[in-house]
Design a protein around this ligand. Structure first.
Ligand SMILES: O=C(O)C(=O)C[C@]1(C(=O)O)C=C[C@@H](O)C=C1
Length: 304
């Protein structure tokens, strides 16, 4: 257990979610873990007293976690939060039931929307008539299964083996039910500021600097404003990922882009092509200036 002076870390709970596992892999016993019922609540908890949080970002099979992107789009993010790193976890799902339930008994399957999406091939092959019910997390689905005393043998949850083993009344009916064996999810490490020292600090990616930026053209008619390509060209950085999101504002169909950028780090063996942290920060500032000179809007969501 972490000493009482350890900083607090919020995660999408309850205990046993993949987010919990990803946070544990990264921080071990250096923080106090506090579960929250949703991604939004996890983010909302960030403050100087609760300086760290972990939320999912994207999955290799099912794509971006939409609730987390809503968090990245919120105006509160730019004031009170900063992405300080990313960590990734292999995801292997189990079809879990109350003990004694058979495949033929299952009428509904509960899980987080991402997990249902990652298992859609299995679900349509093996449980084509089952009703699919979204829960705030995979571990919340396992708990709902335990609490369902009215129809205990008609439901199943898709969750991790940790959840299935932790609760005595549950058992795994089938392991590895995700459609892709190399299924992985990336999680963001958030902090209440860019400078609060990270516990158990180590580089998320020792070979490259990374950053997450939010870009948009000025409000107005989409057809007449700056094009996406003009915004990206002005950045002049190596862009690894772009998410287009609708911006809620007065002019309809006005988009925002959440862009992940990267640059190789300098190390003792690679001083020619790589760069230092200071140079990376200067490059980001240069990119911001170029986008703003064009009339575009840009916000740094995190650098690591
Ligand atoms: O429900 C959980 O266990 C989570 O941690 C959330 C989440 C996600 O949102 O992507 C994390 C990893 C898996 O991809 C499935 C669900």
């Amino acid at each position: 257990m972490a000493p009482s002076t350890s900083p607090r870390l919020a995660y999408l709970g309850p205990e046993g979610t993949y987010t919990h596992q990803a946070a544990w892999d990264r921080f071990r016993d250096t923080v106090h873990y506090t579960p929250y019922a949703s991604i939004q609540d996890t983010f909302n908890s960030l403050s100087s007293e609760n300086p760290f949080a972990v939320i999912p970002l994207e999955n290799s099979t099912y794509g971006s976690v939409t609730e987390s992107y809503s968090v990245l789009q919120s105006r509160r993010f730019e004031k009170d939060a900063y992405v300080r790193g990313v960590t990734s976890l292999a995801i292997s799902h189990c079809l879990t039931v109350r003990k004694g339930t058979k495949m033929g008994d299952i009428k509904r399957v509960m899980s987080h929307e991402q997990a249902l999406g990652q298992c859609q091939g299995f679900l349509s092959r093996c449980l084509p008539n089952a009703e699919l019910i979204r829960t705030p997390s995979t571990a919340a689905a396992a708990q709902a299964l335990l609490n369902d005393d009215e129809r205990p043998r008609e439901s199943a949850a898709i969750c991790s083996s940790i959840c299935s083993i932790a609760f005595e009344d549950l058992e795994i009916l089938q392991e590895g039910v995700q459609d892709d064996v190399s299924n992985r999810t990336r999680f963001m490490i958030l902090a209440s500021s860019a400078s609060v020292p990270l516990p158990r600090s180590h580089e998320s990616d020792p070979s490259a600097f990374r950053g997450l930026l939010r870009l948009s053209a000025p409000q107005g008619c989409r057809d007449e404003g700056l094009s996406v390509l003009e915004l990206l060209t002005a950045l002049d950085l190596r862009v690894m990922k772009i998410d287009r999101r609708a911006k809620i504002c007065a002019s309809p169909f006005h988009d925002e882009y959440i862009v992940e950028v990267t640059k190789k780090r300098a190390d003792s063996t690679n001083l020619v092509n790589g760069i230092s942290k200071l140079t990376w920060e200067k490059e980001i500032q240069g990119a911001i200036d170029r986008v703003r000179d064009l009339g575009g809007e840009v916000c740094v969501l995190g650098l690591w």
